[in-house]
Design a protein around this ligand. Structure first.
Ligand SMILES: [Zn+2]
Ligand SMILES: [Zn+2]
Length: 822
């Protein structure tokens, strides 16, 4: 008897050895082709739970597979360390965010090391360290020099409890803060923006990259490009200088159906146009709207409401006066801040018109329409009616004809609008990279000179939120001298959105210690773009979008020579527990540590891959991982317990030859299956194939012992090599015990021989009542049920069975199937 498999012992031993030998250290000096496999780096929130491992274990398996395939593989790891959660947790626990974050990193790094991945820890990046954020600031300056960073006033989503600005995506349905669930309000602040809209068109396209369709669609929708027409409505009020209101529409064919217009409550014309008798009501309404966030205002669940301001604009095409309303669902930051309302052909306008009893005028005839009232808005294309000289035109032609007419008259022009806004990067919080800008009363906005970077985040600042930037109250930080004129000046006190830190970290891994730029040009050129990027689908818009913007901006500055950061993107699914998402509040968070110490990291790795297709995710189940652990233990004894050859096999008898051929075929089929599954990231079926192969070997050993020693050893080597990416520790230990050279992880991936993998075939004779009716070529592995099914589906057999009663089926394996009928 061999000693039992003891994962705790062998896993620690090999992790230590690999680290000492720097087995997974990567350099650019290699004749092999490069492969950059990247997993989204974790946020430093505390413990890694099993969901993190679900992101990391399969991607490590894939990286190991590429490595064995002969690639020079970079598979780095680091930590996304700035941001609100760290700051909030630090406040809650009464420790400094830096201390809290670094403690978490120590723990997370320990957990990650126990996973046994091929991370080259010499390349670790931590975004809150000055050596890193120095370059985040440098990149800000580059964007500023390129005209892509600017200062502007903006209405922002403001969480009164977190005391900070929130991105639209951080405000959840109903207008609540994603983190603390307080109601979000709107507020105006002077802040920094990145001119991401400059790249709107390019960011909508995903040419030459292999990304999931749904992520591409989400990004397209986020850009929200609309092609339409700007139209001017006439104003004529004494004392009002403006003589028009401009709107944007994608449906100029409905222009004759405009029965009112709606301005954003913040629209500068509202004050001028409100009639004296409506003033009090309008002001009340505006005051209410100020308490709401943009997200809440645009919520589709909320009933639309508004106020008539007492004046009218003129639709120049038909000379009609249309009442002007204000309503919170129209945003000033969106389009022109004014919309023309066509209730007959727009759902929102229809509901609004019904609520306030406004005119609904059909101008696009639905099919079969007889001139009656509409039950609901008709939003499809149709034929123009009640539209003067345009009557009878189909919508598509109508849009062109109306636009042509407007352009001719000078009443409008074709235009394109986007839903995408510029990226607001200012945060009024402590725990982030300071924005490297100085304000001088003589020189204005002065960028911090490159040689003065990093602008260090002062450790001693009070970081509790007050609604203003905490750095404002740190005198030694704020007060400085102007780099241009040397007079006293003040520093910018906002910090940068943490999405800025994560927009370029994949570049830093190429040369993490380089101190002349964020990345060494030659090394970045060697490693990038990332060949496979894996992570959660929740990053579809912000992170993945911003990273693409960064690369395009850097490309245009001549700093990189590629267009897209991530050539292939793959989103893994989510691990659930008892049919629920893991969360601290539910108390159902699974940490890998307890399973690693009990069953070993190899078992946890293999189980995570076996649960379900990776992109789907699945349910964690303790009995499932026990099954996987038993399988690995079986591999252990299969390899180590002595193999006894039957004399017949040793003498090379005919039966032995067949047994050898069978074993060879199964081995080559397994190599083929495992390789193809790994290429496609189908880890669950890859594990199943390895289990089947293990079973086959166990049978060969227990029942037959019919292959000779060298054939047996070769099959065991095959099993270990195929298992190496999945269970790196077990495979390494057994490889050594089989007398092979260290390390299995430096071995080449196996290739299969298509000839050897081919299923053996024979001709199956099909009879009906003993008479030959057909012949079918089938694999030798065919089962009785499969043979019967195949035979029953043949035309020539069917013809002889029609209208007859099937009494019985006689099956002679390897020869024939005979249907007895009456
Ligand atoms: Zn909040
Ligand atoms: Zn100055």
């Amino acid at each position: 008897m061999v000693a039992e498999h003891n994962p705790q012992e062998i896993e620690k031993k090999w992790q230590q050895r690999w680290a000492e030998d720097k087995l997974y250290q990567v350099t650019e000096e290699s004749t092999k082709p490069k492969w950059y496999a990247l997993t989204m780096f974790p946020y430093t929130s505390g413990d890694l739970h099993i969901g993190h491992w679900y992101a990391m274990a399969p991607s490590d398996v894939y990286a190991r597979f590429k490595r064995m395939q002969g690639y020079n593989v970079l598979h780095p790891m680091g930590f996304d360390a700035f941001g609100l959660p760290a700051e909030n947790a630090a406040i809650k626990h009464g420790i400094h965010p830096f201390t809290w974050t670094m403690q978490n990193i120590d723990n997370m790094r320990r957990q990650l090391k126990s996973l046994g991945a091929i991370y080259d820890w010499d390349r670790e990046v931590i975004t809150c360290q000055p050596e890193y954020y120095k370059w985040t600031q440098w990149l800000f300056l580059k964007l500023y020099q390129a005209g892509l960073a600017y200062r502007g006033k903006a209405s922002v989503n403001w969480c009164p409890r977190c005391q900070t600005v929130l991105a639209n995506e951080q405000v959840v349905t109903g207008g609540f803060c994603e983190r603390c669930e307080a109601a979000v309000i709107s507020r105006d602040l002077e802040q920094w923006f990145f001119h991401i809209t400059k790249y709107a068109d390019e960011l909508m396209e995903h040419d030459g990259i292999d990304w999931p369709e749904r992520i591409k669609t989400m990004q397209k929708n986020w850009v929200g490009k609309s092609i339409g027409t700007d139209i001017s409505f006439a104003l004529d009020y004494p004392g009002v200088e403006e003589k028009e209101i401009r709107v944007f529409t994608t449906r100029p064919d409905t222009i004759f159906g405009v029965t009112f217009m709606v301005l954003a409550p913040e629209h500068p014309l509202v004050a001028k146009l409100t009639s004296p008798e409506k003033r009090a009501e309008v002001e009340d309404y505006i005051a209410q709207v100020r308490q709401r966030s943009d997200i809440e205002r645009q919520s589709t669940e909320k009933e639309k409401e508004g106020v008539f301001i007492g004046t009218y604009a003129v639709n120049r095409l038909n000379g009609e006066s249309v009442p002007i309303w204000i309503a919170d669902y129209v945003l000033m930051s969106y389009g022109t801040g004014a919309v023309m309302a066509v209730p007959a052909h727009d759902e929102r306008d229809f509901a609004f018109a019904k609520k306030y009893d406004l005119l609904i005028k059909v101008v696009i005839a639905p099919p079969g329409w007889r001139g009656g009232e509409l039950e609901t808005a008709y939003i499809e294309p149709g034929t123009m009616v009640n539209s003067g000289q345009f009557d009878g035109l189909p919508s598509e032609q109508g849009m062109e004809a109306v636009s042509d007419f407007l352009e001719e008259k000078g009443w409008g022009k074709r235009a394109i609008t986007y839903r995408l806004r510029d990226w607001l990067i200012s945060r009024q919080r402590y725990w982030g990279a300071p924005i490297p800008i100085i304000y001088c009363s003589h020189c204005g906005i002065v960028p911090v000179p490159e040689q003065d970077l990093p602008v260090l985040l002062p450790e001693n600042a009070e970081f509790k939120p007050t609604g203003e930037s905490p750095l404002k109250y740190c005198d030694e930080f704020v007060n400085t001298t102007c780099p241009q004129c040397s007079s006293p000046a003040k520093r910018e006190t906002d910090t940068m959105d943490t999405f800025m830190c994560s927009s370029w970290y994949f570049l830093r891994y190429a040369s993490p210690l380089y101190d002349a730029a964020p990345f060494a040009p030659g090394k970045a050129k060697y490693w990038l773009p990332v060949d496979l990027y894996t992570g959660g689908a929740e990053h579809a818009v912000m992170h993945l979008f911003y990273a693409r913007f960064f690369i395009k901006a850097l490309r245009d500055m001549g700093l990189v020579d590629f267009d897209e950061p991530f050539t292939r993107l793959f989103n893994q699914g989510v691990i659930i527990v008892e049919r629920q998402k893991m969360s601290k509040s539910r108390g159902n968070v699974i940490t890998p540590d307890e399973y690693v110490s009990e069953l070993g990291a190899d078992a946890v790795r293999a189980y995570l891959m076996f649960i379900a297709p990776w992109e789907k995710g699945g349910e964690w189940d303790d009995s499932g991982i026990s099954g996987i652990s038993r399988w690995l233990n079986r591999v252990w004894s299969l390899v180590l317990e002595p193999y006894k050859v039957k004399p017949k096999a040793a003498e090379g008898k005919p039966g032995a030859e067949k047994a050898h051929r069978d074993l060879q075929r199964i081995a080559h089929q397994t190599i083929r299956k495992v390789t193809n599954d790994l290429e496609k990231l189908r880890f669950n079926t890859m594990i199943a194939a390895l289990m089947e192969f293990t079973n086959y070997l166990a049978k060969t050993k227990e029942n037959n012992g019919t292959v000779d020693n060298s054939a047996w050893k070769e099959s065991i080597d095959t099993l270990l090599l195929l298992l190496a990416p999945t269970a790196p520790h077990l495979a390494e230990e057994l490889w050594q015990r089989m007398g092979h050279e260290y390390s299995i992880h430096n071995q080449s991936w196996l290739r299969w021989d298509e000839e050897l993998a081919k299923d053996e075939e024979f001709t199956l004779v099909v009879q009906v009542n003993g008479k030959l009716r057909d012949r079918i070529t089938v694999p030798v592995s065919v089962t009785e049920a499969e043979a019967r099914e195949l035979a029953l589906n043949r035309q020539r057999v069917k013809a002889h069975l029609e209208g007859k009663e099937l009494l019985k089926t006689i099956y002679v394996p390897g020869r024939l199937v005979n249907f007895v009928v009456r």
